[in-house]
Design a protein around this ligand. Structure first.
Ligand SMILES: [Zn+2]
Ligand SMILES: [Zn+2]
Length: 252
């Protein structure tokens, strides 16, 4: 399984695209995207010129920096002549939310798409196999209901938090993963509805995981503390914690 960080930023960061992860199986080349905020389609299409490459999209929650890029993603795939059906997965109401945001961005456009869209609700407790991956989810603590997701394929496993402070359920979901990608909005302590670098270090001590990538740092936190954070996380024993840049790749 291969991971590419299309973006590692929060909603307003002028330097980094919104957090979005492209995941691809090594042998089958099944490709899916995790979250698609305002700035993500530009990042994606600068890397992938093929309309049929992407199997589908996971939306962690309904905040703009995680799903408002979807209309542009679908518009561009249509312009590129995509024929293959496109899968969109997420929590309950995923179909209504995506249809609504499409209608606001490009009225009447959904009916004209050159391809069909399939929606699939994934809720905690479900274990679904589709698009080349096995999918499970758990609820974090965030200002909008957010589902963290665990993907498995080719004997490897990946956890992606979306937004939110970790919960017992998200810790259990991440346990045993090869790579956990977790938001770390703040440097230290507990902020309501968000993770922190310090809590991600605690998280690494409570679960079994080989690698943890910290993403979605608050823009001031990242700009002021990146060097300090790299020093903090380099000292944690038994796990590889890292701060990816947009465009970085990671092979599981
Ligand atoms: Zn966010
Ligand atoms: Zn959010």
């Amino acid at each position: 399984m291969k991971v590419k960080f299309l973006g590692v930023g929060e909603a307003c960061d002028p330097e980094y695209h919104n957090t979005s992860i492209l995941v691809e199986t090594t042998t089958g080349h099944d490709q899916i995207m995790l979250d698609c905020g305002f700035t993500v389609p530009h990042s994606y299409f600068s890397l992938v010129p093929d309309a049929d490459e992407l199997n589908g999209l996971w939306i962690s929650h309904f905040h703009g920096d995680h799903f408002f890029g979807t209309p542009l993603l679908l518009l561009r795939l249509h312009e590129m002549g995509r024929k293959k059906s496109f899968l969109i997965l997420g929590q309950k109401k995923i179909s209504e939310k995506i249809t609504d945001v499409m209608e606001m961005a490009y009225p009447g456009f959904v009916e004209k798409l050159s391809f069909s869209i399939e929606f699939l609700e994934v809720e905690p407790g479900d274990a679904i196999e589709t698009a080349g991956f096995r999918w499970r989810s758990a609820e974090s603590e965030h200002s909008a209901r957010n589902l963290a997701v665990r993907l498995e394929a080719e004997g490897k496993s990946l956890f992606y938090s979306g937004d939110g402070r970790m919960t017992d359920a998200t810790r259990a979901l991440a346990n045993g993963c090869d790579l956990a990608i977790h938001e770390a909005f703040c440097l230290q302590g507990d902020m309501s509805g968000h993770g922190s670098v310090e809590r991600c270090i605690d998280f690494s001590e409570k679960i079994s995981v080989s690698h943890i990538a910290l993403v979605h740092l608050g823009r001031e936190n990242r700009a002021e503390n990146a060097k300090t954070i790299r020093e903090m996380i380099s000292k944690v024993p038994g796990v590889h914690l890292f701060l990816p840049e947009s465009g970085d790749e990671f092979q599981l």
